[in-house]
Design a protein around this ligand. Sequence first.
Ligand code: I4D
Ligand code: MG
Length: 282
Amino acid sequence: MADPWQKAYDFAVEVAREAGEEIRKAGECEMKVQTKSSTVDLVTKTDERVEKIIIRALKGEFGDGAFIGEESVANGQPCVLSDKPTWIIDPVDGTTNFVHGFPFVAVSIAFAVNKELEFGVVYSCLEDKMYKARKGKGAFCNDEPIQVSDVEEIKKSIIISEHGTDRRKEVVTKIFSTMQKILCIPVHGLRGSGTAATNMCLVATGAVEAFFEIGIHCWDIAAGAVIVQEAGGVLMDVDGGPFDLMSRRMVSANNKKIADRIIKEIEAFDVTRDDAPVQKKE
Ligand SMILES: O=P(O)(O)O[C@H]1[C@H](O)[C@@H](O)[C@H](O)[C@H](O)[C@@H]1O
Ligand SMILES: [Mg+2]
């Protein structure tokens, strides 16, 4: 079989589009907001419903497989990436934006085999932009090829980062200290769309040179990781080592020179890996 995953890739694009349609419709209605890991880590019925729709559709087409979904993990499902073909899903990336009507919300669906990402689909549903990439086959936005920017000078760059949902003072201090140092290099600007998946697509299109964050989860960045790489960009750990999807730390950039320069300024803080063993409550 020459191309075993093409059908799954095409199907993921269709499922992401349908999920985005659900999100758009739900955004027009009254929503009940709940919280998860902290009072600023929001979740709505739409997040849960859309994840179920996506998983049901994938199971219907391809049978029972391995799934890592943001809301399933929040409800106690394991978050372990094995060698099995695995779908990695964020039904609503940018839930805070969704709740507030801030216009960047994305569906993110990735697929990994032998722990390697095969393809990623990010549907920025309020902008109606469908980003997709398959390993070795290029990256696209609404079927047009996309490529990272060719800027090599950090002083000519725009950098994206986010504040995350951990509001402990020592963490927020490090995040702002890092941002201050990067701003004062100086770079042209700092931005943040409020969705990691969309941020990575902005790196992939060349609108910005880099996006970094500590505290994201594998479902926020798995699809974007393929899209950035296929658009010619690089992925690294915040300490300059190799990118590790489950580590909750990532720098994505148009090239290694920009990534290395940002890494020099990053003040890292501890986060628990996505695949850390779950502590059983006594
Ligand atoms: O909870 P959702 O799926 O909305 O994901 C967001 C993360 O929670 C933030 O840490 C992160 O900063 C990004 O905003 C990210 O995409
Ligand atoms: Mg997310």
